[in-house]
Design a protein around this ligand. Structure first.
Ligand code: GLA
Length: 378
């Protein structure tokens, strides 16, 4: 399926793991609507691992009868009736990561079943795969099956960036590819996953987005991948990083009980605009070797040219103790002297404004925090 912008939605894994059922998925769908998250752009409701019966029946995957007694078609219909799209999960191997039946050598039959259930998105994992078959062929098989299944299905590959994924994934029919191992609800996971992007950043692009894993915003240390939880500032930095890098934005918290500040972060239109920019230009480093300019040990800044001619600038302080003074010249953004004095920078979380009189911009950023600017010329 072709998509110009990264998909946005919700996935069951981060909070619920294997504890999923149709009532829960319906409640989450309703909560995405009532919180305004659907209208902010989060459209896919994705069921992750543990939706299947432990054995195929007549060659088909069958939804767990206790968890999903009404079947997947009915659940898909419910999700669609709320103006949202339906996502499901399988794996390249014989079994999923939780040891339930997966799609190896059943790709075409499964793709046809997904299509008949009204599925719009398939997350396709990497567990229990046969090692004798090249990874790109495992993904190509499902890519081919989906392309011919008669339904436009977003194909979300999940091979954790392994085995040279960025080199072959675009040829498989995948619409996104996981570049990382699994996230957990902790600052160290955010930092490690973001910093692991150094050599991958330029491999994400329109129609095959670099998926940095699902969001932890709002988990607050509760659920399947919970560890310590994060502070508001840490969730803001996490959300801005994923947005800046054009990662899919897939919420992982329990939206029924989301706190106000997390909701505000996830609904921040100005940050979402950066993620969803239709031109899909990838970030450049600001004044340093591409793709990142590191300032000191743990700070870096990125700039992204947006389709309306403005520039998004992100200053990220990944350090634990030290405030970082970021500085850049307007020349570094692409502006010559003519524009100095007419340039406005608006910080997208706080609304703070800077109008640099000379050609330099300075900003202090506290540990684990970020400043995300939108630069325009008046
Ligand atoms: C892998 C994936 C996770 C999740 C689990 C489900 O670990 O990377 O995102 O889908 O499998 O078992």
């Amino acid at each position: 399926m072709f998509r110009q912008t990264p998909p946005m939605g919700w996935n069951s894994w981060n909070t619920f793991g294997a504890n999923i059922n149709e009532q829960l998925i319906k409640e989450m769908t309703d909560a995405l609507v009532s919180t305004g998250l659907r209208d902010a752009g989060y459209e896919y409701v994705i069921i992750d691992d543990a939706w299947q019966e432990p054995r195929r029946e007549n060659g088909h995957l069958v939804p767990d009868r206790n968890k999903f007694p009404s079947g997947m078609k009915a659940l898909g219909d419910y999700i669609h009736s709320k103006g949202m799209k339906f996502g499901m999960y399988s794996s390249t191997g014989h079994l999923t990561c939780l040891g339930l039946p997966a799609s190896y050598e059943h790709e075409f039959i499964d793709a046809a079943d997904f299509a008949s259930w009204g599925v719009d998105y398939l997350k396709y994992d990497y567990c229990n795969r046969p090692f004798r078959i090249p990874s790109e062929m495992l993904y190509r098989r499902m890519g081919l099956a989906l392309a011919g299944c008669g339904r436009d299905i977003f194909f979300a590959a999940c091979s954790w960036g392994k085995d040279g994924t960025p080199e072959w994934i675009r040829g498989t029919g995948a619409s996104s590819w996981r570049s990382t191992g699994d996230i957990s609800d902790s600052w160290s996971a955010v930092r490690d996953l973001a910093c692991a992007q150094h050599d991958k950043l330029l491999s994400g692009a329109i129609n095959c987005f670099n998926d940095m894993d699902m969001l932890i915003v709002g988990m607050r240390g509760k659920g399947n991948v919970a560890v310590t939880g994060c502070t508001d500032d840490e969730y803001r930095t996490h959300f801005a990083l994923w947005s800046f890098m054009a990662s899919p934005l897939i919420i992982g918290c329990d939206v029924r009980n989301i706190d106000e500040e997390s909701l505000k972060i996830l609904k921040n239109k100005d940050i979402i605009i950066i993620n969803q920019d239709p031109d899909g230009r990838l970030p450049l480093s600001l004044g340093g070797p591409a793709p990142y300019a590191f300032i000191g040990k743990n700070g870096y800044s990125l700039s992204r040219l947006l389709s309306d001619g403005s520039v998004a600038i992100g200053m990220f302080n990944m350090d634990d103790d030290t405030e970082i003074s970021f500085q850049f010249s307007l020349y570094d953004v692409g502006l010559d002297k003519e524009h100095w004095g007419r340039t406005v920078l608006k910080e997208l979380y706080t609304g703070e404004e800077i109008r640099p009189e000379c050609g330099f911009v300075y900003a202090g950023v506290k540990p684990h925090c970020c400043k995300i600017w939108r630069l325009t010329v008046e």
